[in-house]
Design a binder for this molecule. Structure first.
Ligand SMILES: [Mg+2]
Length: 410
């Protein structure tokens, strides 16, 4: 089967409630409602409901008071975005194993353009099934996938067989797939349009698709008539777009008590470099320039930069550069704040993304450590042993120094 474009829409099932059930095993199998916005949850609304609670008619956006009456035995919990963000990052990292073209829509939904991965990774359906399995085995979360030639049809498909759904719409079948569905299945078709169309006797997307343009134009106006008519046939050329590449990524820490021990400063720089490196690799970026930021007890602040001959994304390369800059900069006085960052960020070469077995050992180790940190957070192992500067291997890549002082105060 030839896929001119292959898009997967992945959507986690009852995401917030599932994260809560995951970290509180006593809640598994029980109705759970995650609510927001009200003191004592009395005036709030339902942000998410587990499938056990949905059986009682509870759904998101419902007032919490009503949800509690429908399902009095439900456990109601407040929204904990930091926990959901962490889980979301882990899921999106799995999505990026298939393609760098991942467009998150929210914490629990993303589009993947896997057209370029078919030759290496198998059919779009195989990729979607694999992703759903990986999300289950690695993150212990359920997800539903829709696979189609457009974002629009993939999104409609992922929603049809929740939970753990897998709906594939083969190329050419888009209009036939949508035709029997009710109007409200079409993203972007609001209640006002639905009422206007109902007045014309239209209740399915197929009926909408076969309605003459002129009739639709009279009822809905020019613009809506064209876009709805096309969308009802599954026509949507919009591209999957990755989030914008940042100009710089940095990490710095203020010590609780000022530090003048070199080993301690180096250790902090290694941690900062690991964090910055991980963010780079997550975004499939590399960086040309490393920056060190150092603030003394008297608030004198210095920054130093160095540019690599070739862009880097490895923890070791980042840490080495930061430590070299520290050696050039630090006069031995107590340090209040220290950190490192990168700028000149560019997209990583495709080769590095897909052919990790051909990547240098260091790169493979970084990716392995990333997966562990994704799963275990700070409890994950780190690179051991402070590489002393004497032992550093720059592989002939001497740093060109763009030293630049900045006297900031406060
Ligand atoms: Mg969802």
């Amino acid at each position: 089967m030839h896929w001119p474009r292959a898009i997967i829409h992945v959507d986690l099932d009852a995401f917030y409630a599932s994260v809560e059930q995951l970290r509180r095993p006593e809640l598994r199998g029980r109705p759970v409602i995650v609510g927001s916005g009200g003191e004592g949850y009395r005036r709030g609304v339902v942000s998410a409901a587990s499938y056990e609670a949905r059986r009682y008619g509870v759904h998101s956006a419902m007032p919490l008071g009503r949800a509690r009456r429908l399902c009095p035995q439900a456990v109601v919990l407040p929204v904990d975005f930091s926990a959901y963000r962490q889980a979301s990052k882990e899921v999106f990292a799995l999505a990026r194993e298939l393609t760098p073209q991942v467009e998150p829509l929210s914490l629990d939904e993303a589009y993947l353009d896997v057209t370029g991965s078919i030759r290496r990774m198998g059919s779009p359906e195989q990729m979607a099934v694999g992703l759903r399995d990986r999300i289950a085995s690695v993150c212990h979360l359920d997800a539903s996938c829709g696979v189609a030639t457009s974002k629009l049809v993939a999104k409609v498909a992922s929603d049809l067989e929740k939970p753990r759904g897998m709906v594939v719409v083969p190329p050419g079948q888009e209009a036939a797939f949508l035709a029997p569905l009710p109007l409200r299945r079409l993203p972007g078709l609001g209640p006002a349009s639905e009422r206007a169309l109902a007045a014309l006797g239209i209740s399915t997307l197929g009926e909408l698709a076969s309605m003459p343009q002129a009739t639709l134009r009279r009822r809905l106006g020019e613009h809506a008539a064209i876009s709805l008519g096309e969308r009802a046939r599954g026509i949507d050329g919009s591209a999957v777009t990755r989030p914008e590449r940042p100009k710089s990524i940095s990490r710095e820490e203020t010590f609780s008590a000022d530090v003048a021990a070199r080993a301690e400063l180096q250790s902090l720089l290694r941690d900062c470099a690991a964090d910055v490196g991980r963010q780079l690799r997550h975004g499939h970026w590399t960086a040309r320039t490393a920056t060190l930021k150092l603030r003394y007890s008297d608030f004198t602040t210095l920054t130093r930069q160095a540019t690599w001959p070739a862009p880097q994304d490895g923890d070791m390369a980042l840490a080495q550069a930061a430590m070299r800059l520290l050696d050039d900069t630090w006069d031995g006085q107590p340090v209040r704040l220290l950190g490192m960052g990168v700028s000149g960020i560019v997209d990583a070469a495709q080769l590095d993304l897909f052919d990790r077995s051909a990547a240098p050992r260091d790169t493979r180790l970084d990716h392995a450590l990333d997966s562990l940190r994704d799963r275990f957070g700070n409890a994950a192992p780190r690179r051991g042993g402070a590489p002393s500067l004497r032992d550093l291997d720059f592989r002939g890549e001497d740093l060109r120094r763009d030293a630049e002082d900045e006297d900031a105060h406060g």
